[in-house]
Write a protein that binds this ligand. Structure first.
Ligand code: NAG
Ligand code: NAG
Ligand code: NAG
Ligand code: ZN
Ligand code: ZN
Length: 308
């Protein structure tokens, strides 16, 4: 039995080694590491590092900088408090407006780079709906769930067969099966889309690439941890993973499961935006060492978007 597990761990280790980028940057402070010393901070305080909290909230859409100078300070002002509250509402936290420990632990979790609020539209609460219980028609409750991008962009009705391929400059062949499985899962639950490999990156509908740092689309990656990946709304087709992450095939402590992230980013490619259902694949944060699968919320979302 022990030998069996040894064998299994040797096999996983092999995968891991192959997936670690060969010219990875030296490990430095984790991208969201600045948050920890700020724990407990609240309105009215001035604390070194608060400007970075503002940059974080700005990056994910919670603060709309009118001019970059105006908020380049360490003051916990009304705007920052409002942004904190919006974040807490989206992540099902107590809306305190302070950086309490629950909020901190959510904020430091690695996540998708697609902002939660785009152009002032809070995707995660926009579709909060009042649902009527079938069995008690008078009882209403509020649930937040799957969302679409503003304007509900989607693939046209004659485009249900999508092709995909990997950037030949950046792909590690060991990463491919994770994407194949993720595409298979989306195809199987939609019974609408099919995904075929083209082996021609330029002509593919969906283009998968591993990038690091500033890679020319205005949304830089940030080294190990922090932002893991991002993808664009239909019909753009681009999906980028941060080449500096520690990717794994399957759940492994301190590593990020590539298939889980692939499932999330393919959701964006097809038109789903972030969900505030914690177990949904479209929830923005993805912890290391765990795997996630498509959830009923994701399935309902894609079916609603394409009327299937
Ligand atoms: C930006 O400007 C708008 C309109 O003047 C104002 O309502 C908003 O509060 C400002 N936001 C910030 C963060 O200063
Ligand atoms: C919200 O606050 C209550 C009461 O202080 C606490 O018991 C609960 O754990 C908090 N929940 C979250 C998600 O922080
Ligand atoms: C945001 O709004 C601007 C101006 O209305 C528009 O040009 C841009 O396409 C919008 N961006 C997104 C991502 O919706
Ligand atoms: Zn995302
Ligand atoms: Zn990118």
């Amino acid at each position: 039995m022990a030998q069996f597990f040894q064998l299994i761990s040797c096999i996983s280790l092999l995968f891991l080694l192959l997936l670690v980028p060969s010219n990875s940057e030296n490990p430095k402070a984790p991208p969201f590491g600045f948050l920890k010393p700020l724990e407990g901070c609240k309105k009215g305080e001035n604390l070194e590092g608060l400007r970075e909290l503002k940059q974080y909230l700005n990056k994910f859409g919670y603060l709309n900088y009118n001019s970059s100078k105006a908020h380049d300070n360490d003051d916990f002002d009304d705007f920052l408090e409002a942004a904190m509250k919006a974040y807490q509402a989206n992540y099902n936290l107590n809306v305190t407006g302070t950086l309490d420990s629950e909020t901190l632990s959510k904020m430091v979790t690695p996540r998708c780079g697609v902002p939660d609020i785009i152009n002032g539209t809070n995707s995660m609460t926009r579709n909060k709906k009042r649902h009527r219980h079938n069995n008690s028609p008078k009882k209403l409750h509020t649930v937040s769930h799957y969302t679409f991008f503003q304007g509900s962009p989607r693939w046209p009705a004659d485009k249900t067969s999508l092709t995909y391929w990997f950037n030949p400059r950046t792909i590690q062949t060991d990463a491919m099966p994770a994407f194949v499985r993720a595409f298979d899962k989306w195809a199987s639950i939609t019974q609408y889309f099919t995904f075929a490999q083209t082996e021609d990156y330029e002509s593919s509908d969906l283009k998968i690439s591993f990038e690091r740092g500033d890679h020319g689309d205005g949304s830089s990656f940030d080294g190990r941890g922090g932002v893991l990946a991002h993808a664009f709304r239909p019909t753009n087709g681009n999906l980028h993973c941060d080449a500096d992450e520690l990717w794994s095939i399957g759940a492994l402590q301190d590593y990020t499961d590539l298939e889980t992230v692939a499932l999330h980013e393919i959701g964006h490619l097809l038109g789903l935006d972030h969900s505030s259902v914690e177990d949904a694949i479209m929830f923005p944060t993805i912890r290391s060492g765990v795997t996630k699968d498509l959830h009923d919320d994701d399935i309902q979302g894609i079916k609603a978007l394409y009327n299937i």
